[in-house]
Ligand binder design. Structure first.
Ligand code: GLY
Length: 280
């Protein structure tokens, strides 16, 4: 049996430079990390990353689920993806409207033939499973939209290794904010959320730049080719830094080693393995 290992993030960016806000969000992240770790002690990596991301989606401080950024037309369109490293299976929803927990819909798609659904099709699928329609906007997210302000803390994510040695990851976002309706976020693609039998990686940052880098798949390939996870992160991020792109990522490997890198001012994340834990 493995020592379970969990790493989660609450986004990257300059918004976190405000010390009071940073301290509040850190507390919330720490609570979600510890509740989710308790779940991981008896559950699969897949169920745990779903659980952790759902909790992050439910907290309006994070840009996912309730309280997410709004697009140019004032609507919230949410994207989320999940990947089971044990069977190399990915599923996602893209630009889903009026559903509080996109990650639960993405998870429900894992067992289907059509595993990535967008827009109204994704919503119809969610409704067919009994998900209720809800307004995910909050007074704060509407005020921010009215002031035409983008938020730089863009995504939430989780990567886990369970007792049985299986890896999984999940990522969810409200997007960049003020984007053109129809924009596709990286968070609904494997490029931001990828797991194999050897590592699981979740990325956050500017979606277009994450897509251009192919970041998660690049890291996973390096690990598959024998590079230690930490080195794979460092090598990948050295190139990203040289291009001036803004993004961060977290990951865990099959031995329970964690890695994390960012080119942004702050990447808010926490990890736990047994009694050891860290919060940044
Ligand atoms: N990384 C989230 C987004 O750009 O949509």
């Amino acid at each position: 049996m493995n020592q379970p290992a969990l790493i989660i993030h609450g986004g990257a960016g300059r918004d976190f430079r405000n010390a009071r806000r940073l301290s509040l969000i850190r507390k919330k992240l720490n609570k979600i990390l510890n509740i989710s770790y308790q779940k991981l002690l008896t559950s699969s990596a897949l169920d745990t990353v779903t659980f952790a991301v759902k909790l992050l989606e439910d907290d309006p401080e994070f840009n996912a689920g309730t309280g997410s950024m709004l697009q140019r037309d004032g609507k919230a369109r949410l994207s989320a993806s999940i990947m089971d490293g044990a069977c190399l299976r990915f599923s996602a929803v893209i630009n889903l409207e009026n559903i509080e927990n996109p990650i639960l819909v993405a998870k429900a798609l894992l067992g289907k033939t059509d595993r990535v659904l967008a827009g109204s099709g994704a919503r119809q699928f969610a409704q067919s499973l009994g998900f209720k329609l809800a307004d995910t906007r909050t007074p704060k997210s509407i005020r921010r939209w009215q002031k035409a302000r983008q938020r730089d803390s863009d995504t939430v994510g989780a990567c886990a290794l369970d007792r049985w040695g299986r890896l999984a990851c999940a990522t969810s976002t409200g997007g960049r904010g003020l984007e053109y309706p129809g924009r596709v976020s990286d968070s609904g693609m494997p490029i931001a959320n990828y797991a194999t039998g050897q590592c699981a990686v979740s990325a956050t940052g500017v979606g277009e730049e994450i897509m251009s880098e192919g970041i998660t798949v690049r890291i996973a390939t390096r690990v598959e080719d024998g590079m230690p996870l930490k080195k794979a992160f460092q090598k990948t991020f050295a190139a990203i830094q040289s291009r001036g792109y803004r993004m961060g990522a977290i990951g865990v490997d099959a031995k329970g080693n964690f890695a994390c890198e960012t080119t942004t001012e702050v990447l808010l994340y926490g990890w736990r393995k047994g009694k050891k834990q860290g919060l940044f």
